[in-house]
Design a protein around this ligand. Sequence first.
Ligand code: CMP
Length: 140
Amino acid sequence: MAVARTLSIIKPDATARNITGKINALLEEGGLRIVAQKRLRLTKAQAQAFYDVHRERAFYDELCEYMISGPVVVQVLEGEDAVQRNRKIMGATNPASADEGTIRKAFGQNVQENSVHGSDSPENADKEIRFFFSEIELAG
Ligand code: CMP
């Protein structure tokens, strides 16, 4: 597997608890390198656009409200098989089902406030990285 990149978001429940460093340590220990990172506050329109794929789901409105309830840290992670590697480090969407040692098991509070987002495919990783980062920010 080649070196690749994926998009990660540290969500409002985690920034509120000041645990972004602890989450970053787990990403780095898992073999990923944080090659771009910034903290920002999403607008409603940005949250809706980012999660457009979930527009028809019952949890969509609540999810968008939650994602604008506080700052997020968006980051580009690089490493071997980055998309799958990050999904393994994050654990299952629902923290109650996540494996021991994963970010969501350690820090997730419930299926919505699950501390992190990670791209689910290389194609979506490309799209999601470009959603947040410009060419010049990705040169590092
Ligand atoms: P994420 O990986 O960011 O992708 C979609 C998000 O929707 C998910 O993490 C959760 O934060 C949120 N979500 C809320 N309820 C559900 C649910 N029932 N199933 C899946 N995702 C949910």
